[in-house]
Design a protein around this ligand. Structure first.
Ligand code: F6R
Length: 241
């Protein structure tokens, strides 16, 4: 596990974006695993800048997102499909049928999870971008006595609902369920970039990266992966030094 500390968000964003851009330049049909939330916003902005300055094209690239809320359509402003279009896809030349998210509106969620797993089998992830939840979740793999390998529906924990309420008008509107890629699928990615910002995540960063490997902290399983790059801002990394 390579851990890189940054004094400044700008440099962190540039480093993460450049790692992704380098991969696409070397392998234009690479598969990117993408995340939503606050953490990747600056990284997506840098990727858009690079696309606009013609450094990189995504015309052959495929992306698969980690997760989606159950019950929100792609037009709902808080759905992850909407987020991805707004913050990345509508600004770059990725083809409309080359980006994928679980469908949170599927009638049969189990069948939707199977479909997504098949898609992941057919599109092995070259680089997976991850954020970290305050409770140690990755994707929406919440702390539990056991974790699922494949895509599955999950009841979101109270702390996750609370953290995500900031994006909704009221806490009651936050969907209680989500579909998420499993930890097994995340760990199959060739390279993983875990990005964490902020003092409020310093303790979970320390536990996940240096504590025991446990399903109580899903991100601790990243310790078993051979190619994880962890990018931390000064506050998130302060308990590691
Ligand atoms: C988002 C996702 C989540 C977030 C995590 C951190 O697709 O899978 O695991 O990465 O909840 O969220 P932020 O970045 O908003 O702090």
């Amino acid at each position: 596990m390579q851990i890189i500390h940054f004094n400044d968000w700008e440099l962190l964003d540039a480093y993460a974006a450049q790692t992704i851009i380098n991969k696409i330049q070397e392998k234009p049909d690479a598969v990117l695993g993408l995340a939503t939330g606050s953490t990747p916003l600056g990284i997506y902005a840098k990727i858009i800048e690079a696309y606009r300055s013609k450094e990189v094209s995504f015309a052959k690239t495929t992306t698969v997102n980690l997760d989606e809320y159950v019950g929100l359509s792609a037009e709902h402003e808080q759905s992850y499909a909407y987020y991805m279009k707004r913050h990345l896809f509508s600004h770059i030349d990725i083809l409309g049928d080359h980006y994928h998210l679980p469908n949170g509106l599927a009638d049969n969620l189990e069948a939707e999870c199977d479909r997504y797993d098949q898609l992941l089998e057919q599109n092995p992830i070259d680089i997976q971008l991850l954020g970290l939840g305050h409770n140690g979740h990755i994707g929406f793999n919440e702390p539990d006595t056991k974790l699922s390998a494949g895509t599955h529906a999950v009841q979101l924990k109270a702390e996750t609902l609370e953290a995500n309420a900031r994006f909704f008008e009221s806490a009651a509107e936050v969907p209680k369920m989500a579909l998420t890629m499993g930890v097994g699928s995340i760990l199959k990615a060739h390279t993983i970039i875990l990005v964490v910002r902020g003092a409020d995540k310093a303790e979970i960063v320390k536990q996940a990266l240096t504590g025991p490997i446990t399903t109580d902290i899903p991100a601790s399983l990243l310790q078993t992966h051979p190619r994880v790059i962890v990018l931390l801002d000064r506050e998130a990394g302060r308990k590691l030094k």
